[in-house]
Design a protein around this ligand. Sequence first.
Ligand code: FAD
Length: 626
Amino acid sequence: MFRRFDVIVIGGGHAGCEAVAAAHRLGCRVALITHRLETIGIMSCNPAIGGLGKGHLVREIDALDGIMGRLADASGIQFRLLNRRKGPAVQGPRAQIDRAAYRVAMQSAILSMPNVTLISDDACEILVKGTRFQGIRTGSSGDIEGASLIVTTGTFLNGVVYRGNESYEAGRDGDAATKRLRDSFNQFGLETGRLKTGTPARLSSRSIDWSKVTMQAGDERPVSFSDLTSSIHCDQVSCGITGTTEKTHDIIRTNLEKSPMYGGVIDGVGPRYCPSVEDKVVRFSDRSSHQVFLEPEGRSDDTIYPNGISTSLPFEVQDAFIRTIPGLETARVKAYGYAIEYDFVDPRQLSNTLNVSGIDGLFLAGQINGTTGYEEAAAQGLYAGVNAACFSRGVESLQIDRADGYIGVMVDDLTRRGTREPYRMFTSRAEFRLSLRVDNADTRLTPKGRDVGCVSDQRWTVFQRNAREVVSLRENLEDITITPNEAETQAIQINRDGRRRSLFSILSYPDISFDDIAAWLPKDREFATQAIERVTTDAKYAVYLERQMEQVESYRSSRNAKIPEDFEYTNIPGLSQELTEKFCHHRPETLYHAEMIDGVTPSALVLLSAHLSRHKRDQASENSQP
Ligand code: FAD
């Protein structure tokens, strides 16, 4: 076995797998150290991938040639496009996944990578010389050297599982916690904190009375995550929808003190947007019911994941409250729910490439950075994987900013603002969401990925073909113009001002569809559905997109605005003494660097930016005087 690698990855979860695959695509020799090889790619919690905001991340992973989207397409058992009736900017593809099939697919994808060495072991110490990463000390495989390291230990770092008054150390139920790595983080002086999350009981499908629940089918035309999936033809399964009752809430309320989350046993902060059922009953005490989705864990798996009732109540209370839910009166629990509390590293100590500041070659990705969710983890894994590989090879890193993609939004949020609760992605986190759509992830990111070398020839060919289709359709629509009279022949009503308008501008009208204008397009040309959908969306949003592009330019130029070395911070009106001292101490090179300083608020940045513009104007007028 090689003892020296270009990139070492600790952890075979969602972040770790994408990190390995990304570094491998860049031609690196990679070692994946993980506790148990059979748990590579396992879904610790819900059997689903995608959703609002999360679906955007999966599409971006795919645009950078990552693997999550392809595997989700191949192992999906129900596909739904969420928010279908709302605008394309906030739609999110989501798939119910066959958990076992996904894990097997992930393991065979990793196993098929010739330059990846799998090491089943406990990584226990990070070896650093000066300010540079050197290697990893393992429990039984000795020391392994590497040029860079990506730590993706998920919920395992000092993990403690709680259920009722029982608690024990574990990374998740059935897996040992990671304890010794924490010493390395302490030694590097990194700040850590505690977070918590929880999972519901798993039920036997055969014990559920399905006649009492509403069934929800998948979409007739499934939308894939990956551009490499030509189409999805599978028998989709349905999910059930039921809900908690007043009786359920009574039982939970009566037993609240038995929940470690309420008994004050767990200090860590939980996911606000994915609360436990105890949380829901207390926080929304006026609600008489909360929805519960009954999600199959696989095609030939009897297990049902009851989404919406994650809990850390004792076994007998879980049994009791579950049986008050319509359809679950005789439900048999296959595994009980629990909560887990774990350490995370404050991500403000990372640079925008996910490199730990001050330790060259050490990267962190996934839940260890304070996020929750497979998609958030995988997206960071890919980004850190590419950047660790770039670092090892001494080449320019991949930079994705807030205007490029949701990956940029997440990395920027984490590294600049940090997080106090498990961070999950939402479309509302992105200020440029009209241009950050699921349908144009490839245009935004595939060329960037190709430049750093993480996009394969196969993906590049598909991208170029799709891009040509979009450009050609758009050119046709912009070149062909018609008069209001000609429009009338297809029952299109536009202002009778005699002006010729392009088909593209007519398509921008809210009630005009592509089919309405198709009659004027060349008869010998057929356009792909993806190109039609993309160009139609661009036309509908054209006015807003133009405005957004101006905002993007201003964001990028202000971000890169240079601050002179001798810039005077002491007389900025309205700036607090504390921040004045911080700016004087750090002397940031650009506004972006100023923004990264701990404690800098958006309003402080506005003051600094305005003062900087004034300073530059004064300098310019001084220089122009004879
Ligand atoms: P993980 O998938 O946890 O993978 C970590 C990997 O690192 C594992 O393979 C482990 O064996 C390995 N490892 C750890 N330490 C070492 C070491 N020292 N040496 C070698 N290998 C090591 N997400 C949601 O979106 N919603 C939820 O409601 C939700 N609830 C959850 C509830 C529970 C109980 C758990 C456990 C997770 C939950 N998640 C939830 C989170 C989801 O599982 C994670 O966000 C996701 O799996 C994180 O991916 P990751 O790659 O960062 O880490």
